[in-house]
Design a protein around this ligand. Structure first.
Ligand SMILES: Cc1ncc(COP(=O)(O)O)c(C=O)c1O
Length: 346
């Protein structure tokens, strides 16, 4: 039925998501689907037009990027140093007291991997601000840790989830929010009518119908291999994995003098978790390469494990027309266009 427009009300998908969440007090009226959860972050900024966004780095780079496009001032409050990367609640309370009224917080956080407790989420929702808890990686965390169960009792809480990670549908772009029905109705009212396309809707509903199998056959092994990989990396002695409940591991690269004096090598290959079917073998190869690798004695840096995207090698110049053929831009165009840097923060 690809010749028919998608359902703007997302009726079946929202009902299936509500059933999947199986959280008391949360139904389809709390759920709005987006073209990835990235779209919903954008909807939040457009709906609330906040005076200020509290951003809590190191974290997902889309938050300040989207705020910049929406011309929302960003208040940056760094997390505490490694390995805890905890929130600085007093500074957050101060920022909200000074007028910031939107908080974006990833839980589990990208790239540090830790998750907020319910107590911490409640401390944020007690503030006079809209709180967006971005749970893109929640399915890799222990059951019951999600903040979705807090939505029925907190009108200023929005939880974001996605099919990109646990269901492996990143390329089809389906994410969703769980929020108070009135907030949800506003999202449904301002979103693009056909933001979730027919193929994405079908794939997401199929993933939900097979969620038990996906959790047992894909997510479960990834979590086990993650923990095994953390143990193996820790045993190397010069890499310090940060505790994670996600599907990635942030590593502190510790200096280690080489027996024959310091030896400088290029940074280690990315330690991404590949597709679960291929991962144990590929990961073992990567680990054995790491065992023969020695960092420079003075090196001390961080490296995060990020999945490599197949399109990254594509040359943008292959698509660009020669600049000389373009007319020059009038000032009313350049003022806005040049203030927004066109980068994809991943
Ligand atoms: C914390 C976080 N939120 C959201 C997203 C994007 O999710 P989606 O693919 O649903 O837009 C990512 C993707 O890397 C992420 O790390």
């Amino acid at each position: 039925v690809y010749h028919i427009y998608p359902d703007p009300g997302q009726v079946h998908l929202r009902a299936d998501i509500a059933a999947f969440l199986a959280t008391r007090g949360v139904g389809a009226e709390h759920v709005c689907c987006g073209c990835g959860s990235d779209e919903i972050l954008d909807l939040v900024l457009r709906l609330f037009e906040p005076k200020g966004l509290v951003n809590l780095p190191p974290t997902f780079a889309m938050y300040p990027f989207l705020a910049k496009i929406a011309k929302v001032p960003v208040v940056t409050i760094d997390r505490t140093p490694a390995p805890h990367f905890a929130l600085d609640f007093e500074a957050i309370e101060g920022a909200v007291g000074a007028g910031a009224n939107l908080i974006f917080v990833a839980s589990p956080n990208n790239p540090t991997g830790g998750m907020l407790t319910h107590e911490e989420v409640r401390r944020l929702t007690a503030l006079n601000a809209m709180v967006v808890v971005d749970e893109a990686y929640a399915e890799f965390a222990p059951a019951g840790a999600s903040a979705v169960s807090l939505v029925p009792t907190a009108g200023n809480l929005i939880v974001l989830r996605t099919f990109s990670k646990w269901a492996g549908l990143a390329g089809l772009r389906v994410g969703y929010s769980v929020s108070h029905p009135t907030v949800n109705a506003a999202f449904m009212g301002i979103k693009q009518p056909y933001n979730v396309n027919v193929a994405a809707d079908a794939a997401a509903r199929t993933a939900l119908a097979h969620s038990g199998d996906i959790m047992t056959q894909q997510v479960g092994p990834m979590v086990r291999e993650r923990d095994a990989m953390i143990a193996a990396l820790t045993a190397l002695g010069w890499l310090l994995p940060v505790p994670t409940v996600s599907n990635f591991v942030l590593l502190e690269v510790r200096a280690r003098p080489h027996a024959g004096g310091p030896r400088v090598r290029p940074p280690p290959p990315s330690l991404c978790l590949p597709h679960p079917a291929a991962w144990p073998r590929r990961c073992c190869r990567r680990l054995s390469r790491l065992r023969s690798w020695r960092p420079c004695a003075s090196a001390a840096c961080w490296c995060a494990t990020t999945p490599a995207a197949a399109w990254r090698g594509t040359s943008a110049s292959a698509l660009a027309a020669p600049a000389t053929r373009w007319p020059s831009l009038p000032p009313c165009v350049t003022s806005r266009v040049s203030s927004v840097r066109r980068t994809v923060p991943r």
